[in-house]
Design a protein around this ligand. Structure first.
Ligand code: PRX
Length: 549
């Protein structure tokens, strides 16, 4: 295969993918239909538990048929290869098979987290030029509000609407999966950076080869496992490790549709006898806060392997996990852009509490300084990876410039600061930019600032991530008011609500401070690093570019 995104390692993985006879490859076929060929048709693919406790089990056969109906429906309404089709749904079974049905047609699937409000949704739908958006009655008003601003959007499909259901049910449940090429675009996910609007990170069908390999290696998935990944498919973890790699491996997967609640989570593990559990540090810390007694009320003896992702996993959380579950959480590191786990405490490697682990066998990682020179052992630097691997993003939708900015001297620059110790373990230090990680969710300060300044009382705002023992970071906003006398606790909560209703329920500032002016460079850029240093009582550092402050 003449492909710069492969390596000897992946070319030598026998039978790990099904290619069509003409050499084409479709991710969704590998994820679902291949299970029929492997004899998994009658196996439960999805155990779905709704917030009210109702449980639905769906087999691989059934998922294949459901995704085929979606694909036929999309064909019927004129969707073609390369078109963008979006999903704006909560965690319900429809989301899962619609996502795969879209990819079966050769269209590019995109999912938006259901906490987004109209404006955030508009940015994503308009940038992607989506022709179709799938939503439900509950979320429909947010789409209705902006539909007239979306010139490329031709249909809004409401999955719990009778008309849709009738149309869907009238479709054939067999479908000839599109013969896409390995390098054709399969899906894209919007994610935040320090500056500008969210970016559409685009992944290719060939990514599945590495997603499968990484799930096998890092999550220790075995045929009889009952696997629960708690991430929402609005984020990359929920796509790659709750839909793609797990089902491609024929693994029975649990999805819980409700919000986090410690007791409920333990009930789910006990009820479905979850064996492999992939979650996030904030959730683990929230469970810790609820105490050991609650754990002991449930039979969690089915658990065999635990893993974590998305933010630094503190040693206390690992040690607590071992104490109460008798198992260590294995930290894994990766990004929306990398498309699969790159660094991990794999089962064979064992645990080094506080370390992200070692690069996977097919990954070359280095810690480099700003001049792209490798730094010495235990010295902090930029975490860089040698491109190109099969699951790396192929582009950033309509922003080639931004895409190119990730690469320098033939290395991919992750944007994370880290160090490597003498044994080759990598340790996370922090971000090299102002990106915020709150409860493991990625938020760009610019997006929050842009909403705050829309409020009539606000002149300017600077937003940072403030360290928090449970959430990793919380969003803190420094706000300059039009009139100082407006400052009040009431206005603070009004501003927090303003962000909730204009951006997203998960992306609002939990802390707001009114200040006279923001530190800025002479060219007018907000220096968030200074806001952060002040907040933490740290030295302010180099301020030579600062305007008089
Ligand atoms: O800063 C790193 C942090 O999350 C960022 C990527 O976020 P996102 O694209 O949302 O993907 C998250 C899940 C794949 C990284 O640049 N991050 C991710 N994993 C870890 C982490 N920080 C510390 N430790 C980790 N294990």
């Amino acid at each position: 295969m003449d492909n710069k995104y492969t390596s000897e390692y992946f070319q030598n993985l026998p039978d790990s993918l099904v290619w069509f006879e003409d050499g084409s490859l479709n991710m969704a076929y590998n994820v679902l239909d291949h299970n029929i060929e492997k004899g998994n048709g009658n196996k439960t693919a999805l155990i779905y538990e709704a917030e009210d406790g109702t449980t639905t089990e769906i087999t691989f056969f059934s998922l294949v048929r459901k995704s085929n109906r979606i694909a036929n429906y999309l064909h019927q309404i004129g969707i073609k290869k390369g078109d963008r089709v979006s999903i704006f749904l909560p965690r319900i079974p429809e989301l899962f098979y619609i996502f795969l049905g879209i990819m079966k047609t050769g269209a590019i699937a995109s999912v938006y987290f259901s906490a987004f409000e109209s404006e955030a949704l508009k940015d994503r739908l308009s940038n992607s030029g989506s022709k179709i958006v799938f939503t439900n009655k509950n979320l429909l008003p947010r789409v209705e509000k902006i539909k007239n601003d979306l010139s490329e959007l031709s249909s809004i499909l409401v999955v719990d609407n009778e008309e849709f259901i009738a149309e869907y049910e009238s479709q054939s449940d067999s479908f000839e999966t599109a013969h896409t090429q390995a390098e054709d675009y399969a899906f894209m996910l919007y994610t935040s950076g320090t500056t500008g609007k969210p970016k559409g990170i685009v992944h290719a069908h060939y990514a599945i080869i590495q997603q499968i390999a990484s799930a096998k290696l890092c999550l220790d998935l075995q045929p009889n496992d009952v696997y629960w990944c708690t991430a929402d498919p609005g984020w990359i973890t929920g796509i790659v490790y709750s839909i793609l790699s797990n089902w491609a491996l024929g693994i029975t997967t649990v999805v819980y549709g409700g919000k986090f609640e410690a007791e409920k989570w333990y009930e789910i593990i006990a009820k479905h006898k979850v064996t492999v559990w992939y979650t996030a540090p904030t959730a683990i810390r929230m469970l810790m806060a609820k105490g050991e007694e609650l754990v002991q009320k449930h039979d969690l003896s089915s658990l065999r392997f635990l893993a974590s992702v998305g933010e630094p996993l503190n040693p206390e959380a690992i040690l607590w996990g071992n104490k109460v579950f008798g198992k260590f959480f294995h930290d894994t590191w990766w990004q929306t852009e990398t498309g699969s786990i790159m660094i991990a405490n794999t089962p064979s490697l064992g645990i080094h509490p506080g370390s992200m682990g070692k690069p996977l066998p097919w990954v070359e990682a280095k810690i480099m300084d700003d001049n792209m020179e490798e730094v010495v052992v235990n010295e902090e630097g930029n975490l860089c990876l040698k491109p190109y691997w099969p699951s790396i993003m192929r582009t950033i939708w309509q922003d080639e410039e931004k895409y190119k900015s990730y690469f320098k001297d033939e290395w991919y620059i992750s944007g994370d600061k880290a160090k490597k110790d003498e044994k080759g373990y990598f340790w996370f230090i922090g971000r090299a930019d102002d990106l915020i990680k709150t409860s493991g969710e990625r938020i760009g300060p610019f997006e929050v600032e842009s909403v705050l300044i829309e409020h009539p009382d606000v002149v300017e705002a600077g937003v940072i991530g403030k360290p928090d023992v449970v959430r990793g970071e919380i969003i803190k906003a420094f706000v300059v008011l039009k009139d100082e006398s407006l400052a009040s606790e009431k206005l603070k909560s009004e501003l927090a609500d303003f962000v909730k209703t204009h951006l997203a329920g998960h992306a609002y500032p939990r802390e707001i401070e009114f200040i006279d002016r923001l530190p800025k460079t002479r060219s007018g850029k907000i220096m968030r690093r200074i806001l952060r240093a002040k907040e933490l009582g740290q030295p302010i550092g180099d301020i030579s570019t600062l305007e008089d402050y």
